[in-house]
Design a protein around this ligand. Sequence first.
Ligand code: SF4
Length: 492
Amino acid sequence: MLYLSKSKYCSAVQCPKLLWLSKYMPETVEADPANQAVLDRGSAVGDLAMGLFGEYVEVPFGDLTDMIRETERLLEAGTPVITEASFSLNGLFCSVDILLNHGGKRVSVVEVKSATHVSDINRHDASFQYYVLTGLGYDVTQISLCCLNPAYVRQGPLELDKLFLLTDVTADVRAMQVGVAERIDMLRTYMEQTDEPPREIGEQCFSPYACPCFGWCTRALPRPNIFDISGIQTRTKLANYRKGIVSFEDIEAKKALKPDRLIEVSQALRDLPPVIDREAIRGFLDQLTYPLYFLDFESFMPAVPLYDGCRPYEQIVFQYSLHCIEREGGELQHREFLAQPGEDPRRGVAEQLCRDIPRNVCVLAYNMTFEKTRIKGLAALYPDLADHLMNIHDHIVDLMVPFQKKHYYTRAMQGSYSIKYVLPALFPDDPSLDYHNLEGVHNGSEASAAFESMDKMDPDEREEFRRNLLKYCGLDTLAMVKVWEKLREVTQ
Ligand code: SF4
């Protein structure tokens, strides 16, 4: 008997082998640490959407048989809105986020997604629900996907009817029913195989999600290979792979990438000296003037807007670190900002930024688009600070450029110009510059997750996370100072 939940069905839509590996070789499925944050966000959005149709009764989460029985009881009792309604048909299971009960086995289904748009995989998800419910004899009069409205701007209390957008997918889902039946039939045989099924690497490995079994399915490929190269499109990688251009030797021999990308391939193949274009680096450094400021923001992106003027998933800066050198040979100074959890950090960030960074000074950021966009957003929000903020904005220089343009490249950068690769490549033996040696927070995602969860922590834990966040963000700008010093060093 094939047992299939809605999420497993969607895995099989992406690739049946993914479903097979998950069942028979779960050790080949690599855990993604970001998954929990995605799940938490989904459940927070789902909880909020439950109130979209007024009063509702939620089927308590627990044993599936109990959930199905409780759903039947609520339907028979005429409960008009049921959330987490659960159903089973011949080994196929699904829970429905919001079920509108019209009586006499007539229902409408609303499936909530924490995204801001409807994707194909969402339609597959809904088509599985429709298949199960109609198979059980329900008349599903409408099935809709409920996403966050990207144009919604919060002003005052949340307005659920504006925050969420419903898309009627009934016609699409009905048209997909033959495909659902065929896929389920195919899976009944497919999932009985005891030997690992063959499957060529293809688009399905990258879309709609990066497959967690990719490492396993590419285990026979040479290392490193075309898929290890960052910053080129998946379709370029696949096109080369299909032409048999897989290893770095193949890529170099066939000159399969643009010249700047071939540098990293050649570097990776042999122990070549670093590429250092001293003239180009000097040109970059010459535009910098004292006092020099090194700025880095940390932000979080709440799915549901928390503050007035915010849209879903808007980036909110909650922290920054700022290193400063007043003059040639001057002492390195440090300033920082970290908001209190639970409060709107935007005004505090904007005000302190204007106090910490004078007008008309040179500000370095690494990958400056992020900092510039956030500052522009703050300027739009606070007209009284806009002039100063935009002055800071207009004086930002991107420290990433010499690495992005490969004016400085070493094999250890592994094809990346992210500071997380550049820093250890330039300072391989300095433990004080190693992000791995930090406690609790090692990257931007962990910083966001830490800040978002801090208001639920007890005071001791919160204090510990504050310290960790300050150390992490402080290292980001210290790293920039060190990188700048290294650029100066190699041009002398
Ligand atoms: S890596 Fe590709 S072929 Fe392998 S299970 Fe995943 S999607 Fe399927």
